[in-house]
Design a protein around this ligand. Structure first.
Ligand code: URA
Length: 422
């Protein structure tokens, strides 16, 4: 077998054989297929697709490239969730402790930011002292003591995906349904969770821009999980507007803590509870009451234990960016659009995300929203505040928010203004 034959087969629109798939994944993991050959193959897959049998075999080969974890000794049922990525998507932070507070064990392997989308590990690293990298025994220890753990996947888990994911990120081959589905599911299946809830995002701020694509991605992942004995369900949720009122690392941790304290923006609370119900159902705990665990402080207790068990100080003040720039509403009227992709790119440009893989992120950088679509605003009132340590980044963030990223439909001449008597 050789790489060129495999690349040519996919380039010419053929289905890869099981033997070709097993060989190419194994040889790439061992460094016997070069990065440039794998990028050519990834591009051919992005352009020509893979059928369900190819995706299943590709996923199985990625799982087989590394070790598998085993949580079967835990006394509680395990359940995990995965979001396909969005702007302001901090849901994992309140969700994992909430589901643990309701009786499940939540082994949450998470990732870093990708492009304009934020990453759970980057967010949590803004908590002073918190560590993302845990050994297998450390992960089990936190899971046992706190009920939930959020950490990076270990080196040995689906190493083929680790290499391929980094390659896709820099070769324009991220947005492929077979490659996304196999990447996510290989890690989740190798992780050994008993149940999995997928939050498949759709809209401008997601990788899937259309409902049809999001549906196909969801169906592909559910089939992969089910075939591997993981109870898998998927929700399709909107990502045309950022979630909550913040996009950025420490900003999102602050908002998540507000949710755990019983407050926070309604859309974040609603999605957290909806996903918690799905997770508890999938874990075989349909009678648990996540609303009570959230309002009663049980979720906050788990959060504090989980953060402390990973070296973090839940009481330490969160980092704050050195510079701020506030954008006022240009007119009075109803805010009808605040585009998730534009806000995500602005946060990324401000330093919340990376330009290159090895770049550090700024803990305090990001965008704060002072109004959400559907709300009435008054000309001159603060609409968005940009946060960064490096003010030379403001122009690039402002450019991302130009054009039609923000739309206010002005009041008609006879309409009542804000606060006017009816
Ligand atoms: N998350 C992953 O883990 N892989 C992808 O390809 C996309 C999102």
């Amino acid at each position: 077998m050789d790489a060129i034959t495999v690349i040519r087969a996919k380039r010419d629109g053929h289905a890869l054989t099981p033997g070709q798939i097993d060989w190419v994944i194994d040889a790439y993991t061992r460094g016997r297929v070069a990065d440039e050959q794998m990028s050519a193959l990834a591009m051919a897959i992005l352009l020509n697709g893979m059928d369900r049998a190819e995706i299943a075999r590709w996923t199985a080969a990625m799982i087989a490239s590394g070790e598998r974890m085993d949580f079967s000794a835990l006394p509680r049922p395990t359940v995990d969730k995965h979001s396909t990525g969005g702007v302001g998507d901090k849901i994992t932070l309140p969700l994992a402790p909430l589901v643990a507070a309701c009786g499940a064990a939540v082994p949450q392997l998470s990732g870093r930011g990708l492009g304009h989308t934020g990453g759970t590990l980057d967010k949590l690293e803004s908590v002073p002292g918190w560590r993302a990298g845990l050994s297998g025994p450390e992960m089990m220890e936190v899971l046992g003591s706190a009920g939930a753990v959020i950490c990076a996947a270990g080196e040995g888990l689906a190493p083929a995906d680790r290499k391929l994911y980094a390659l896709r990120d820099v070769t324009g081959t991220v947005e492929s349904i077979p490659l996304i589905a196999s990447s996510i599911m290989s890690k989740k299946i190798a992780e050994g969770t008993g149940a999995l809830v997928l939050d498949v995002k759709v809209g401008s701020g997601a990788f899937m821009k259309t409902l049809a694509d999001a549906r196909e991605l969801a169906a592909t992942m559910v089939e992969l999980g089910t075939d591997h004995g993981v109870r898998t369900v998927a929700l399709l949720t909107d990502m045309s507007v950022p979630l909550g009122l913040t996009a950025g690392n420490a900003l999102e941790v602050r908002e998540s803590v507000e949710v755990l304290a019983g407050g926070g923006p309604a859309d974040v609370v609603e999605l957290t509870l909806a996903l918690a119900r799905e997770m508890l159902d999938a874990a075989g705990l349909p009678d648990a009451d996540p609303e009570r665990a959230l309002r009663g402080g049980g979720a906050m207790d788990v959060w504090r234990r989980m953060i402390a068990a990973q070296g973090g100080d839940p009481d330490a003040p969160l980092p704050v960016a050195r510079e701020r720039h506030t954008l006022p509403a240009p007119a009075s009227g109803v805010l009808t659009r605040l585009d998730a992709y534009a806000v995500g790119v602005a946060a990324w440009r401000l330093g919340a995300g990376r330009a290159r893989k090895e770049d550090p992120v700024q803990a305090g950088a990001g965008v704060e929203l002072h109004a959400r679509p559907g709300e009435r605003v008054t000309a001159g009132q603060p609409l968005l505040t940009l946060h960064t340590d490096t003010p030379e980044r403001f122009p690039a963030a402002l450019a991302a928010l130009a054009d039609d990223a923000v739309v206010i439909v002005p009041d008609g001449p006879g309409e009542p203004g804000p606060g006017a008597a009816p």
